[in-house]
Structures are given as structure tokens and as C-alpha cells.
Design a protein around this ligand. Structure first.
Ligand code: FAD
Length: 344
């Protein structure tokens, strides 16, 4: 099934989320896609609890609270959210508009596109073992889609952050055995989660091995059967393993965006500064992903770019119609779109 949309936003970081709002004010309901299962881009992925001091009118907020507020601001416009899928293809159509295909095989027919892809889509950092690729999604996983498949299995988790701890907590009671291995002594994740996993260790439902790394995958008939773990003392221990879960964090990759025929230099897309349009008419690029003379990779730059790109897109979506600037303070049409009452 093809989803028809006036505006398709690629990337749900702060720029993409504010793009929903700016389009909404002009009466356009967009769809938005992100590779990650959650919105917020760098703000939520890299610094959710760190304070930000340079958002206009907000003396201080955190990465996560900014994203929460952007979501609240965008809410009246009922955007279609498509999370956990990467945009793979963008192809101009002869009849106008674009055909967009995602990693979930979803197809969109979009009149305009807003690339808000930041520094690229966040991908899990992979295990550097020659056999790792052939085991992926069979017995070696970078994401958990179906926790039930680990019931009754010997599960080994590598990593020291929140994902590693969260899945250790969730899977330990169901697994035959669960071992959490971290290359350092100190865990990066939330202390309360670590305390819960340590409690599971006390109950005999889990084991934690600190300051150790994986040295070898034990494979029989194409299936993982064990892992060799090397400790700080260079001693190697073999553990039974049916499933290996790897949480080494995420790193951004420009990925498929580089293949859409846009003018790209230094992993960014060239745009004009009137409309923030790329070299392909109808495709706009905002936020960290774009470049133009004087560009500064700041959240506030993406907000400004989103406003101007929205006005330019409106002229494509409704050709021939005059696009007026209207204040949210005083215009009833704005209040209607925002879902707020007019004052008597
Ligand atoms: P991003 O936040 O990078 O979001 C892009 C999204 O696009 C990602 O979620 C990605 O998964 C998605 N995506 C990419 N390609 C695809 C694809 N093909 N398909 C689907 N989805 C895709 N800025 C400030 O102004 N003030 C600060 O104080 C500040 N502090 C910072 C601190 C740190 C530690 C870091 C790392 C950055 C900081 N920044 C700060 C910079 C700020 O975070 C970025 O400017 C901002 O996040 C850019 O927003 P964006 O929406 O353009 O891109």
C-alpha cells in the first residue's frame, strides 16, 4: 500500500519535530520517519540529561525536556509517525513528487520532502569478529524485537550502558542463563538498573563479568554454541551461548542519503538560504544535515530553516495560492489549526 502525503520529513531530531509544527501552522499535515524507535535525534540519543542553555526564550532545558516540549508543540497537527525504519530510497516521479521507500518496505508518495537527517541515521556499533555478520539476527542481535525468543536460552549480553542493563533485567528471569559482560569495571547505565541486575545475581538468575572482553565465538553447524571471554588477567573462560546481544552504543552514518542524487560535500547537503531547498526542487534539507555559507550546527539554526522551508513547500503543495505570514497571537485561523480557543 502506498501512503500519500503532502510532506514527508526524514529524521525526527529537533529540526524534524519543529518542521511538523511549522508545516502544521500552514495547514499541512506531514508524515515523519526515523531509523530510531524513539524521537529526538542527538538530543535524546547523546545527551538526554545534559543542560542546554541556548534555546531562545528557554534559559535552561535538558536534551530530553526540549524534545518532550517539541512533541507537545507538534501534537495538534497529528503527524504520522513512522519510527524504527530507515528511509532507503527517494526517487523523483515523472508526474511530480517523490517515491520514498523505507527499510520496513513502506512506500510513500510525497509531494515534498524535508531531509532533517542530522549527522546521519544512528546505527548500532557492530562486533568486530569475522563470523559476526553471518550470525546476525539468527543468534547475534543488536536490537531486541521479540524478547520471547530468548526464553530458555543461554543469553550473553555485551555492553555497559542502559540498553545492556535494561535487557539483562528483562531477560534474566526467562533465560536458562544470563551473563552480562562489560569491558570496564564501572557501568555507564542508571545506578538503579545496575542494582536490580546485581539483585538478580544474588538470586542466581544472572551473572556479571566486569573488565572482560569477548575473544572468540564458538560456532557449530552455523549456530552459536559458546563464547570465549578474556578477563583482565588474560584468563579465558568459555560460556555456553545460544544468543549474543550486543549493546556497544550507536554511531551515526550518512548512509542512503548519499545516494539520492543530491549535491553533497563533507557529508552535508547544499541548500539555498531563501528556502533551504536542495538542488532537487521539492526536496528541502534542514538542521545539521545542510550546508550554506555561514552555517552553524545549532538547534536554533534548524528551527529557523524549518520555518522558511515550510513556506516554500506550501507554494509547491498548493500552487497559485498566496501564502501569507500570519501571527499565532492574533489570527483565528492559526488558533483553529492549533486547537486553541479564540478570546472573546
Ligand atoms: P539530529 O538530532 O542528528 O537528528 C537526525 C535524525 O535523523 C536522527 O534521529 C537520525 O536517526 C535520523 N535519520 C538520519 N538519516 C535517516 C534516514 N535515512 N532515515 C530515517 N531517519 C534518518 N546544539 C545547540 O544548539 N546547543 C547545545 O547546547 C548543544 N549541545 C550539544 C551537545 C552534544 C553532546 C552534542 C552531540 C550536540 C549538541 N548540540 C547542541 C548540537 C545539536 O544536538 C544538533 O545541532 C541537533 O541535534 C541537530 O538536530 P537535527 O534534527 O538536525 O539532527
Amino acid at each position: 500500500m502506498t501512503i500519500k502525503t503532502d510532506a514527508l520529513i526524514i529524521g525526527a531530531g529537533p529540526s524534524g519535530l519543529f518542521q511538523i509544527f511549522e508545516l502544521g501552522l500552514l495547514g499541512i499535515k506531514p508524515d515523519i520517519i526515523d531509523t530510531l524507535p524513539t524521537v529526538g535525534g542527538q538530543c535524546t540519543e547523546l545527551y538526554p540529561d545534559k543542560p542546554i542553555y541556548d534555546i531562545p526564550g528557554i534559559p535552561m532545558c535538558t536534551g530530553q525536556s526540549l524534545v518532550d516540549d517539541l512533541m507537545e508543540q507538534a501534537e495538534p497537527f497529528n503527524a504520522g509517525f513512522h519510527l524504527g525504519e530507515e528511509v532507503l530510497e527517494v526517487t523523483p516521479q515523472e508526474t511530480g513528487g517523490f517515491r520514498v521507500v523505507t527499510s520496513a518496505d513502506k512506500v510513500f508518495d510525497a509531494k515534498t520532502i524535508f531531509i532533517a537527517g542530522g549527522v546521519g541515521s544512528f546505527q548500532p556499533r557492530k562486533l568486530r569478529q569475522p563470523e559476526a555478520e553471518s550470525l546476525e539476527d539468527e543468534c547475534l542481535f543488536y536490537r531486541v524485537k521479540d524478547p520471547s525468543r530468548f526464553a530458555g536460552k543461554h543469553v550473553v549480553i555485551l555492553g555497559g550502558g542502559d540498553s545492556a542493563l535494561d535487557w539483562a533485567m528483562e531477560l534474566a528471569p526467562k533465560a536458562e542463563s544470563l551473563t552480562l559482560i562489560h569491558r570496564r569495571d564501572e557501568f555507564r547505565g542508571v545506578e538503579a538498573s545496575l542494582a536490580t541486575v546485581e539483585d538478580l545475581v544474588t538470586k542466581g538468575q544472572a551473572e556479571i563479568i566486569r573488565s572482560a572482553t569477548l575473544s572468540k565465538l564458538g560456532i557449530e553447524s552455523g549456530q552459536l554454541v559458546s563464547v570465549d571471554i578474556k578477563g583482565a588477567d588474560d584468563e579465558v573462560r568459555t560460556l555456553p551461548a545460544d544468543a549474543l546481544l550486543i549493546f556497544f552504543g550507536l554511531s551515526p552514518k550518512l548512509g542512503p542519503i548519499a545516494e539520492w542524487g543530491l549535491e553533497i560535500s563533507r557529508k552535508t547537503i547544499a541548500v539555498d538560504t531563501e528556502k533551504f531547498e536542495t538542488t532537487i526542487p521539492g526536496i528541502f534539507a534542514i538542521g545539521d544535515i545542510n550546508n550554506y555559507p555561514g552555517k552553524k550546527k545549532l538547534i536554533l539554526s534548524g528551527f529557523h530553516e524549518a520555518a522558511l522551508a515550510a513556506f516554500a513547500a506550501k507554494a509547491i503543495i498548493e500552487p497559485g495560492k498566496k501564502v501569507n505570514l500570519q501571527y499565532t497571537t492574533t489570527r483565528p485561523i492559526m488558533h483553529k489549526r492549533l486547537g486553541v480557543e479564540d478570546e472573546e
